[in-house]
Ligand binder design. Structure first.
Ligand code: ZN
Length: 141
């Protein structure tokens, strides 16, 4: 196993063991989505709140599942804060392309790059994309 694969595995396990922004949000303006990945048993609930500038002020996730699904959700919440709806959907497109093995990570500095290796494991791609599909549902896209 290469050093990069080791690093990526460490990043994924860190997000799995210490998930960022776990929880939920309440309020009339909160967008919610709940999705499941039956092939693995992953369940994700995503909650988004925008500020009055149209930027994501807070984003939380809840649920349970494998390390890939939970790490991907944790990374998503960190990556989305401060983004507009359009920026969030653009990031979603980039991540989904990366997970199909069709594109580079959105930014080499971001933890999201650690998910790029998942593209080699088609069964795990559904785990990694679950939170991002939930994002699309929450945004009504
Ligand atoms: Zn899974």
């Amino acid at each position: 196993m290469s050093d990069l694969e080791d690093l990526y595995r460490e990043v994924i396990l860190d997000h799995y063991r210490n998930p960022r922004n776990r929880g939920t949000l309440t309020g009339d303006a909160v967008l919610h989505a709940e999705l499941q990945n039956p092939t693995c048993g992953d369940e994700i609930e995503l909650a988004l709140a925008f500020d009055d500038q149209g930027r994501i002020a807070d984003v939380r996730f809840a649920g349970r599942g494998c390390s890939i699904s939970m790490a991907s959700a944790s990374m998503l919440t960190e990556a989305l804060r401060g983004k507009t709806r359009e920026d969030a959907l653009e990031l979603d497109r980039q991540v989904q392309a990366m997970l199909r093995g069709e594109g580079d990570p959105p930014s080499p500095d971001q933890d999201l790059a650690a998910l790029s290796g998942v593209a080699q494991f088609p069964v795990r791609v559904k785990c990694a994309t679950l939170a991002w599909h939930a994002l699309e549902h929450a945004l009504g896209s």
